[in-house]
Design a protein around this ligand. Structure first.
Ligand SMILES: Cc1cc2nc3c(=O)[nH]c(=O)nc-3n(C[C@H](O)[C@H](O)[C@H](O)COP(=O)(O)OP(=O)(O)OC[C@H]3O[C@@H](n4cnc5c(N)ncnc54)[C@H](O)[C@@H]3O)c2cc1C
Length: 436
């Protein structure tokens, strides 16, 4: 019997699977799709996601497969003007080893996550969806589309924006449509279009057609109102760029909505990623917020399973729901202002759970308070903190000034104290000496 059944093997479900598998939890992962996702869609990976991916040993592969965001070239008829970049190009520092937004096709990010799951002994079952769900206070039973009934301690609904699991739980998305227009996203090969730039073609009536060169590929990602494809997608893009479209590798349509649920948990079922929150793609937040949901939920499920005490699970909704609400507001604003600089606004490095149940204390050390992201740092033995945190438990940084910083398994500060502790909500605490 799996301890956790994960419904949906997108980036959120797979990240959660990694967080559970690497800590020895028995997991089953089902996905209704017949084949793996093949599009570039969620291509912007934020600095905080890279830090968390570093904790599971995947940041260097993501960085090596992707690239930095190029400069935008604005096209007004025959005139092209070099403008700004939506990403930053900062040098790494000791506390911010991954300072920049990285562009990587979503299918490739998912491929990297899948390989990690396989390395941890996990397996994704394709072509198997959720059909029904029933729960008691001890377990959840899910009926799958193949007729099988699976009983698990917990279920994670990571089944995307349309989330059938959300429907089975009777939860609704609340919010609004940001833009009445349907948009198209597609991966295209375009003859001779300069790959040094992200090409943007502002529309007179507002909005934009954009063609972003995808890393390590011949393809561009198109985002545009769907009217571009009225006479055929190739024709529309050829009219826009004056270049021949050689092939269309993938395409999909989407609507700009800002909606979320008002509960992240129903009994033993937890909702994460797009199943819990959907919003415009501006600012590259969706997949990244799903990853953070998964990193937050993962170690807490492990705690509940190991200790038999589920109270920690209440902090998942308490911490993550306000983050999603803020992301909805931010992306609505960015959707209307393409020129607004991103950087610190969107890199998710400033995210904090200050004041929550797991961060009541307001003591500060070097400006760092419980709930805050703990920056990377060089330890007394020369190792990097983020490297050490790969062990999967909590970490206590023993500082020379006798302030010991207890870091949660997902990299946020739990508490500042003067005593050494050996466990944190069922996770081992590894002590390390801070830089002298
Ligand atoms: C144009 C565009 C650009 C974007 N750009 C960015 C970006 O730059 N950065 C960013 O962070 N985000 C971006 N996003 C958002 C990002 O693509 C999503 O937030 C991300 O895919 C969410 O991941 P997820 O795993 O939660 O859901 P999904 O990727 O939707 O995965 C859900 C999975 O659940 C499966 N499923 C569905 N129903 C069932 C069922 N009944 N049973 C079992 N499985 C089921 C599906 O097959 C799917 O594999 C963009 C989105 C769009 C539309």
């Amino acid at each position: 019997m799996p301890q956790v059944l994960i419904v949906g093997a997108g980036a959120t479900g797979m990240t959660l699977a990694i967080e559970l598998l690497r800590r020895g939890v028995a997991v089953r992962i089902v996905d209704v799709a017949a084949s793996y996702f093949a599009g570039s869609r969620g291509k912007g990976i934020q600095p905080r996601s890279l830090e968390l991916l570093d904790m599971v040993g995947l940041a260097s592969e993501v960085m090596g497969s992707g690239g930095l965001y190029p400069v935008i070239k604005l096209h007004f008829g025959p005139i092209g003007i070099r403008a700004w970049s939506l990403g930053t190009h900062h040098a790494p520092t000791e506390d911010r080893p991954f300072p920049n937004l990285v562009m990587l096709e979503q299918w490739r990010t998912e491929e990297i996550l899948r390989a990690k799951i396989a390395a941890l002994g996990g397996r994704i079952e394709l072509g198997v969806g959720i059909e029904a769900l029933a729960q008691t206070d001890k377990q959840v039973t899910v009926t799958l589309t193949n007729g099988e009934a699976v009983t698990a301690d917990y279920v994670a609904a990571c089944d995307g924006g349309r989330s059938p699991t959300r429907g089975l739980l009777g939860l609704e998305l609340h919010g609004s449509t940001v833009d009445e227009n349907t948009s198209i996203v597609a991966d295209l090969e375009i003859e001779g279009l300069d790959r040094a730039f992200w090409h943007a073609y502002p529309l007179r009536r507002g909005g934009i057609h954009s063609l972003a060169p995808l890393p390590n590929s011949e393809l561009f990602q198109l985002q545009a109102p769907e009217q571009i494809a009225v006479a055929g997608l190739e024709k529309g893009v050829e009219g826009l760029t004056g270049r021949t479209v050689r092939s269309v590798a993938w395409q999909s349509r989407y609507r700009h909505q800002a909606r979320m649920i008002n509960r992240y948990r129903v009994g033993r079922v937890f909702i994460a990623g797009d199943a819990a929150h959907i919003h415009p793609p501006s600012g590259a937040q969706g997949l990244n917020t799903g990853l953070q949901d998964a990193f937050n939920l993962g170690w807490k499920l492990v705690s509940a399973i190991r200790t038999g005490s589920p109270s920690i699970l209440e902090t998942y909704e308490a911490e993550r729901l306000p983050v999603a609400a803020a992301v909805l507001d931010l992306t609505k604003e960015l959707h209307l202002t393409i020129s607004k600089s991103r950087g610190d606004l969107t890199n998710q490095l400033g995210l904090s759970y200050r004041g929550g149940t797991l961060a009541q204390d307001s003591t500060a050390v070097d400006g760092l308070r419980p709930g805050d992201r703990v920056p990377d740092q060089r330890l007394a033995d020369g190792r990097r903190l983020f490297e050490v945190m790969r062990h999967g438990g909590a970490t206590q940084i023993m500082r020379a000034d006798r302030n010991h910083l207890l870091v949660r398994p997902d990299g946020y500060l739990a508490e500042i104290s003067t005593v050494q502790v050996s466990s944190y909500h069922g996770h081992e605490v590894v002590p390390v000496d801070g830089a002298r």
